[in-house]
Design a protein around this ligand. Structure first.
Ligand code: NAP
Length: 342
């Protein structure tokens, strides 16, 4: 018996030592919060809700898959939180492979952010292709409920702050998708809901349905930047009139609106890695426009990225811009825009 208890004790100590060494190896023990971390950030009210979101939020679409450097991912998230970025934007299928960004976020959350759960907004989405078969995508109740359960497991969370319908589904009755969102909130698995990329008629119906069910749509998420302005005159004012906030994704047009592609396509850039940013998009005409914007930015002492982010934030109906970043340096430079758009 005594031998057994020694053995158990020894095993416990060994486990602790192993955990300690692992944490040390991964650099997790080095994480110390920077104080004060909220002073430099500006927060905007999200529509007619009680929720404030930072002017700049961090997105996990790229740079958080298994192909990304774990240490860099961790540093980027910790730097973001240390600088007042409270909103982390994920989706079920961000990777690669699908789900990997949520798993990574879950690891960073467990080791660094868990004590600060009430200081952060975690959003995820379902609707794009995620798992094989007829239930792995689109807007059925089956897909949304199962997907959110999977996301919560990957991230190690009890609930998300915002759950989005990631894209409109023309074949599922809108009422089914919206009622699934309502039920998810009532079950406590999400605090708020949002929609993304919905065309105006479907967005109007969604706002109406959710309002009637007393789960108002918190936010519309759409692509908006100096190149892509399609939604400026309809979707954004419509969201505002419905009491929803608006968060802009790809505010830098995936990196086109930075100095990165001014002189060709640099090795390691998104254009060399992602099927969503093909070199064909960089026509001589677009290159000339980007170059002209770069000159305007330089004349004001700004980088093109800062100039482009400020342009989006100057629209007072925009609650937050969700930027992607492949390094802490990018995020740091982009954060200089906070508070300059008024
Ligand atoms: N709802 C939706 O359907 C949807 C769709 C797309 C995105 N989103 C969300 O929006 C987030 C942001 O989208 P996005 O990644 O396309 O945003 P983005 O901010 O337009 O582009 C980010 C990329 O721009 C480059 N970059 C950023 N700052 C830079 C700087 N200061 N200097 C040089 N290059 C810089 C980096 O490219 P490199 O990697 O080449 O360095 C970075 O990965 C996503 O992560 C996701 O959360 C949502």
């Amino acid at each position: 018996m005594q031998f057994l208890s020694f053995f158990i004790l020894d095993a416990g100590i060994f486990k602790l030592l192993y955990l300690h060494l692992t944490l040390l190896y991964c650099g997790m023990e080095n994480y110390k919060l920077t104080e004060p971390r909220y002073e430099a950030m500006k927060y905007r009210r999200c529509g007619r809700s009680g929720l404030l979101l930072p002017e700049i939020s961090l997105g996990f679409w790229h740079n958080f898959g298994t192909d990304a450097d774990a240490g860099n991912c961790r540093k980027t998230v910790e730097f973001a939180f240390d600088n007042g970025i409270t909103y982390f934007d994920l989706a079920n299928n961000y990777g690669p492979p699908y789900g990997a960004a949520e798993t990574r976020f879950g690891e960073i959350f467990a080791s660094s952010l868990k004590p600060h759960r009430d200081e952060i907004i975690v959003a995820t989405k379902a609707g794009h292709d995620m798992w094989p078969g007829p239930y792995g995508e689109w807007g059925s109740r089956k897909n949304l409920v199962a997907s959110l359960d999977q996301s919560l497991r990957r991230m190690g969370l009890d609930y998300v702050d915002i759950f989005y319908s990631h894209r409109p589904d023309p074949r599922t009755p809108l009422e089914e998708t919206m009622q699934a969102l309502v039920d998810i909130v009532r079950q406590g698995k999400a605090l708020y809901v949002g929609i993304s990329k919905y065309p105006p008629e479907m967005a109007a119906a969604a706002y109406g349905y959710l309002w009637e069910q007393h789960v108002p749509c918190l936010v519309y998420q759409g692509r908006y930047n100096m190149i892509d302005r399609d939604i400026e005159n309809e979707i954004i004012p419509q969201a505002s009139a419905a009491g929803a906030g608006f968060v802009a994704f790809s505010p830098l047009a995936q990196g086109l609106l930075t100095g990165k592609y001014l002189h060709g396509i640099p090795e390691g850039s998104r254009m060399t890695r992602s099927r969503f940013l093909k070199p064909e998009i960089l026509t001589p005409e677009l290159s000339a426009r980007i170059s002209a914007w770069n000159d305007e930015a330089a004349a004001e002492g700004l980088t093109l990225a800062q100039y482009a982010l400020r342009w989006v934030l100057r629209n007072d109906k925009v609650t937050s811009v969700i930027v992607g970043a492949s390094s802490v340096e990018q995020l740091k430079s982009n954060l200089a825009v906070v508070g300059t758009a008024d």
